[in-house]
Design a protein around this ligand. Structure first.
Ligand SMILES: Cc1cc2nc3c(=O)[nH]c(=O)nc-3n(C[C@H](O)[C@H](O)[C@H](O)COP(=O)(O)OP(=O)(O)OC[C@H]3O[C@@H](n4cnc5c(N)ncnc54)[C@H](O)[C@@H]3O)c2cc1C
Length: 552
């Protein structure tokens, strides 16, 4: 049967766009298929904060951060905790990815016009020993223009290829099956969905108006993860994290439905590490939702006090921003699937950032003036203040008694006792008077402020939580928010997929979240953050280059 293109890419998210543009630039013809409409091009990456993991960058050096490939690899391996036979390719991907992040990643992006905000963030700080989880130094480089700024160079390249006839988009085409001839994947078939005018990110209809079959020499699966499908998340939930939460909110749009993962597996592809996922514990329900159960993740600075549902402070070193999965495991062990931040206006002003392009109009809009106001404004950034006013998970009161009463009313569980919280907050507050202390979280605040980036825009001057001069008091109910799929299709470094028989499946590639960002899970158990977009860039690029070479 005649081919419709050299290569078919399933998914027009970041990973698919990167793969497709590499193929088109190599002079081959590629079709990009997506179940959503054209308005959704770029997938999740558009909504992202645009944070990128880079190692020993000029931005880090300017801030006095001494980073190196060896330090980053030590941190990566300490976080990943690779421990199974299936980790052979994930580990090789991890090594290759850290070398990419310490090598050509920044220059490659820069040559396409990508730019970085000068203050480097410090995500996943760990708090254990040097060989365990966490970033030893700040490495989270926010894209100037956030998520749209990451998508832009690849969309531009794709549009150029489209204009020259080397790339064709097929929107509202939903792939339902991979086709195979003589053991080789040679196309896709599926349903044509009715045209959709919903806004980007909103759920679109699944009304079928036709069907299609397309043929090519190779197919690249770039269909994202499972985070929008809570049934699948619960089904794959690992026992080590306790029971799956009853209540979760969604950090991703509904198109992150995991359906194509099942379809690809049914065609014989080997899915590994499906029990590894990356969900956040600082989720707040969006007061102005775009997608179903839309939640936003707070990217917290280190000062908020963190209490479980019963009012016990989370144990050391589970401070805000230290160890996402450690916190998830602890919270699920309490028997409740929510927890609380208690903080002051001074803390929210300096330390709350919300992950997502639409929550950061200053950075997304590339406005230096608006961004500078983060440091000088009296209040928190506009979107944070809006959550404080409209968000259902926020409680703002002038005194602790009223705050605790309102927290109990909000949860409906009435587990919190004023005297318990007061005792713990006053004890912590007594530790503030000296710059050297016993309380590990307060020590952690002093440590953070030794880094100029944190001192400037991320860590409030240490103060007593109950000091009215820093009020009002704020409590935030934190929900579990689904986001990333760390496992995926097992691939070699060319992103070629292995079959269930352990052999490469000719003609089939997998990239981005569908491939666990490379190899079937290059993060292992835990991420250092900013590694997901980067994983899409790296795996998409490898697959695109390899597939372009392989087709004749
Ligand atoms: C709010 C938010 C903030 C984030 N912030 C960061 C950050 O700062 N740093 C970072 O590294 N990562 C971040 N991420 C994660 C990152 O954006 C995603 O992991 C990444 O963009 C996934 O890209 P992808 O191309 O693999 O998949 P997707 O973006 O999910 O794209 C997959 C595409 O495939 C299509 N598709 C699926 N199935 C089919 C089918 N059967 N037929 C046809 N089409 C199909 C979908 O419609 C979709 O368009 C964030 C994510 C979100 C949502």
């Amino acid at each position: 049967m005649a081919e419709d293109a050299d290569v078919i890419v399933v998914g027009g998210g970041l990973a698919g766009l990167v793969a497709a543009t590499e193929i088109a630039d190599a002079g081959k013809h590629v079709i990009v298929i997506d179940q959503e409409g054209e308005q959704n091009l770029g997938g999740q990456a558009f909504w992202s904060f645009g944070g990128l993991f880079l190692v020993d960058s000029p931005e880090q050096r300017r801030l006095g951060i001494k980073d190196s490939h060896d330090l980053a690899l030590q941190d990566w391996m300490g976080s990943a905790g690779f421990d199974r036979a299936d980790d052979h390719w994930p580990k090789r991907w991890a090594e290759a990815y850290v070398a990419f992040a310490a090598g050509e990643k920044r220059d490659w992006l820069r040559a396409m016009g990508h730019r970085i905000f000068p203050v480097v963030g410090w995500a996943e700080r760990g708090g254990y020993d040097a060989m365990s989880h966490g970033n030893s130094v700040p490495r989270f480089h926010v894209t100037w223009g956030t998520g749209p700024g990451v998508v832009e160079p690849f969309e531009r390249r794709a549009r150029e290829a489209q204009a020259s006839g080397r790339l064709t988009f097929r929107f509202r085409h939903r792939v339902d099956a991979l086709t195979m001839t003589g053991g080789r994947v040679d196309g896709v078939s599926g349903a044509i969905l009715d045209p959709s005018t919903v806004r980007r990110g909103e759920s679109s209809s699944r009304h079928v108006i036709g069907d299609f079959t397309l043929r090519a020499q190779a197919v690249i699966v770039a269909s994202g993860g499972i985070g929008g499908n809570h049934d699948l998340v619960r089904q794959n939930w690992p026992k080590r994290l306790g029971d799956a939460p009853k209540n979760m909110i969604s950090g991703v749009p509904a198109h992150v439905d995991g359906r194509m993962i099942g379809i690809t597996e049914a065609a014989g592809a080997r899915l590994i590490n499906r029990d590894r996922m990356w969900h956040y514990v600082e989720g707040i329900r969006n007061w102005s939702p775009i997608w179903p159960m839309h939640g936003i993740r707070i990217l917290p600075g280190p000062s908020s006090m963190w209490f479980d549902a019963s009012g016990r402070r989370l144990p050391t070193p589970l401070f805000p921003g230290s160890d996402t999965l450690g916190q998830l495991q602890y919270i699920m062990s309490t028997g409740y699937d929510y927890s609380w931040f208690v903080l002051t206006q001074s803390i929210i002003k300096k330390e709350f950032a919300l992950s997502g392009s639409e929550q950061n109009p200053d950075l997304t809009g590339k406005s230096w003036l608006m961004t500078a106001k983060r440091a000088t404004n009296k209040g928190a950034p506009g979107p944070v203040e809006a959550f404080k006013t409209h968000g259902v998970d926020f409680v703002v009161r002038d005194n602790l008694a009223d705050l605790v009463a309102a927290m109990n009313a909000l949860s409906g569980d009435h587990l919190l006792k004023l005297e318990d919280l007061q005792l713990q907050i006053e004890a912590r507050d007594r530790e503030i008077a000296n710059p050297y202390v016993k309380d590990a979280q307060v020590m952690n605040i002093h440590n953070a402020r030794k880094y100029i980036g944190d001192r400037l825009i991320r860590t409030a001057t240490p103060h007593r939580i109950l000091d009215p001069a820093h009020g009002p008091l704020i409590a935030v109910r934190l929900n579990i928010l689904t986001r990333k799929t760390l496992g995926g299709f097992e691939t070699d470094l060319d992103s070629r997929v292995f079959g269930s028989d352990g052999q490469i499946m000719p003609g089939l590639y997998a990239v981005g979240e569908a491939a666990g960002f490379g190899g079937g899970g290059m993060h292992g158990y835990r991420s250092l953050e900013g590694t997901f977009l980067g994983g899409c860039l790296f795996s998409g690029r490898n697959a695109g280059r390899a597939a372009a070479k392989a087709v004749v």
